[in-house]
Design a protein around this ligand. Structure first.
Ligand SMILES: Cc1cc2nc3c(=O)[nH]c(=O)nc-3n(C[C@H](O)[C@H](O)[C@H](O)COP(=O)(O)OP(=O)(O)OC[C@H]3O[C@@H](n4cnc5c(N)ncnc54)[C@H](O)[C@@H]3O)c2cc1C
Length: 376
């Protein structure tokens, strides 16, 4: 007899399952996909969305249509809690959905609790939809002659956002002072050569880089650093780290130190064999994985296999994460930085390589006519 598979979040790790939903349904199973929006945005193209290289419809998947076209049910909601013993998902709206097997791909959020962040001119980089809002606000004008725009964060997301903020301002034909508050050690996770190139690229565009101290909190007009220094701003973008969704801790599931769902080699909860997960929301027991889309994407075929196997009591496949992976960053001036381990390349061709890879990924999974539909 068929069983009920529930997918929580239609993120990057669920793409293969979503494209192949008919495979589950033809075997007699029911599938439900739960997500807060009919769309899922590809974060790798988020900075390019901010900078106007891409339109919203270029970088999103119509996950509601993907599910419904293939015979699954889409529920627009978020899961607030899992009742583990009853195998029931409690929705934010108050509804309940029972499952036989559940797969979580709920991603991560940028911490921004009320004690640390106050102001409706402050936007976290996730959800990616925020970048559409920021683009609209800057295009409409911020009121002051040379608005102060800050990006808070010391990693690759902050770098890409800063470069693309520059691109956006240039398109508006106005002036703005752009500063990245890069934490104690800006871009420390990158090879030295990549750091130097990135800094040089920003500096050549008159973007200020402030590093050496963390930002502790933001009022609606000032970023307050741990050393007491303050930076005024008109608009702030936050990319100062991420945390997995709180769903797992709040449900009493075993989690890693970061609160991510603790999973074994099979991407399966270490305590509840009917619960699986992939992407930023998991903590891989064998070794914590970087929170990069590369892993979410690589987990696709394993989740596709294992969810079907769990529904049908068959054997599971192990996920084997690679140690070294390729990353390419979009610097906003149609140049990019590529690195794999300590191997670094940079320049315009690198940007076009990223553009090619990203568009290919979109074409592979944008199967429900999103671009055509939006253009119609
Ligand atoms: C600006 C930026 C650029 C990046 N560039 C790169 C890059 O070039 N290469 C790279 O490898 N990585 C990159 N990353 C990291 C990469 O984006 C993440 O690792 C990736 O998004 C993880 O995918 P995910 O599917 O786990 O999570 P997400 O993309 O966050 O997706 C999770 C989904 O779950 C939904 N959801 C959340 N909570 C619930 C709930 N309770 N109930 C139901 N649904 C829920 C969300 O709405 C969302 O659709 C970048 C990140 C950022 C922010």
């Amino acid at each position: 007899m068929g069983k009920h598979l529930v997918m929580v979040g239609g993120g990057h790790a669920h793409m293969t399952v979503m494209v192949n939903l008919r495979d589950y349904i033809e075997r007699g199973h029911r599938v439900t996909l739960i997500g807060p929006s009919a769309y899922h945005y590809y974060s790798g193209m988020g900075p390019g969305l901010l900078g106007g290289t891409y339109r919203p419809q270029d970088v999103r998947f119509h996950i509601k249509k993907m599910a419904e076209d293939r015979g699954a049910v889409f529920v627009q909601d978020t899961v607030a809690r899992i009742e583990l013993d009853k195998k029931i998902l409690i929705l934010a709206s108050g509804g309940e959905i029972a499952y036989d097997v559940v797969s979580c791909n709920t991603g991560s959020t940028v911490p921004a609790d009320e004690g640390a962040v106050a102001g409706d001119n402050i936007f976290t980089v996730k959800p990616i939809e925020n970048l559409i809002k920021v683009r609209q606000i800057i295009q409409a004008g911020l009121g002051s002659r040379t608005p102060k725009l800050i990006v808070v964060g010391g990693g690759a997301a902050a770098l890409e956002l800063t470069g693309n903020l520059w691109r956006l301002v240039r398109q508006t034909g106005t002036e703005a002072a752009i500063t990245v508050l890069g934490g104690r050690n800006f871009l420390a996770s990158m090879p030295q050569k990549a750091q130097l190139y990135a800094r040089k690229s920003l500096a050549a565009r008159n973007i200020d880089i402030i590093a050496g101290a963390h930002v502790n909190r933001l009022t609606d007009s000032r970023a307050v650093m741990e050393d007491g220094a303050e930076f005024p701003f008109d608009l702030a973008l936050l990319a100062w780290g991420i945390q997995p969704s709180r769903l797992f801790r709040e449900s009493g599931l075993p989690t890693g130190a970061d609160g991510g769902l603790l999973v074994n080699d099979y991407l399966q909860s270490v305590a509840y064999p009917e619960i699986f997960g992939g992407g930023d929301c998991i903590n891989f027991e064998k070794k914590p994985l970087d929170k990069v889309g590369v892993y979410a994407v690589r987990q696709n075929p394993v989740l596709f296999h294992n969810l079907r196997a769990a529904l049908e009591d068959r054997s599971l496949q192990a996920f084997q994460p690679q140690d070294v992976y390729l990353l390419i960053y979009n610097l906003g001036n149609h140049t990019g930085i590529f690195f794999r381990g300590n191997w670094v390349l940079k320049g315009r061709l690198i940007f076009y390589l990223k553009d090619y890879i990203d568009r290919k990924f979109m074409r592979k999974f944008q199967v429900s006519g999103e671009t055509a539909e939006a253009a119609a």
